[in-house]
Design a protein around this ligand. Structure first.
Ligand code: HEC
Length: 139
């Protein structure tokens, strides 16, 4: 669950919407922790911001788990409506649930719209993140 007390999203003002979305992504959801690749020294690879990354951790016990977080820059593969719905319900358009550690977000509509506006403002990765084959199949 996200608590976004200080962000006010003014509809119809795209620059504000993108800025609010950036705040939600970077400071509240911290999507980059999983979705941004890192340099060998552990810092973020800013040139590939939110372009997808293998996860550097996994659970000790057997459980549903995704080994990599796909690129979300540009929000590829979703229409705006699907992307907003996904962030409001945690459900993919296909109905197949996302696996941990992806949180099932329950954003408010205006928060989801801001996140989508920000992610759409970024260029998608030219090459997809190396991911387990079943991840692509689950879309
Ligand atoms: C703790 C790690 C983690 C965080 C934080 C995280 N994600 Fe994810 N995300 C994942 C993983 C792992 C997957 C792949 C899940 C799968 O393949 O089942 C994923 C998948 C996705 C997908 C693709 C769903 C699809 O259809 O394949 C989107 C979009 C997404 N995340 C958006 C976000 C956004 C936006 C945020 C921040 C608000 C965020 N994620 C934060 C780990 C994370």
């Amino acid at each position: 669950m996200l608590i976004v007390g200080s962000v006010s999203v003014r509809a119809g003002q795209p620059a504000d919407l993108v800025a609010a979305g950036r705040h939600l992504v970077e400071n509240v959801g911290m999507c980059q922790d999983c979705h941004s690749p890192r340099n060998p020294d552990g810092s973020f690879d800013r040139a590939r911001w939110l372009m997808g990354s293998p996860l550097g951790f996994k659970p000790l016990m057997e459980m549903p788990w995704a080994p990599a977080a796909p690129g979300i820059a540009g929000f590829p593969g979703y229409t705006d409506a699907q992307a907003i719905e996904f962030l409001m319900t945690g459900k993919r358009p296909s109905g197949i649930p996302v696996r941990p550690p992806m949180p099932e977000y329950r954003l408010k509509r205006e928060e989801a719209a801001a996140v989508v506006a920000y992610l759409r403002s970024l260029s998608p990765a030219a090459t997809p993140t190396p991911a387990a084959p079943e991840q692509a199949a689950n879309r």
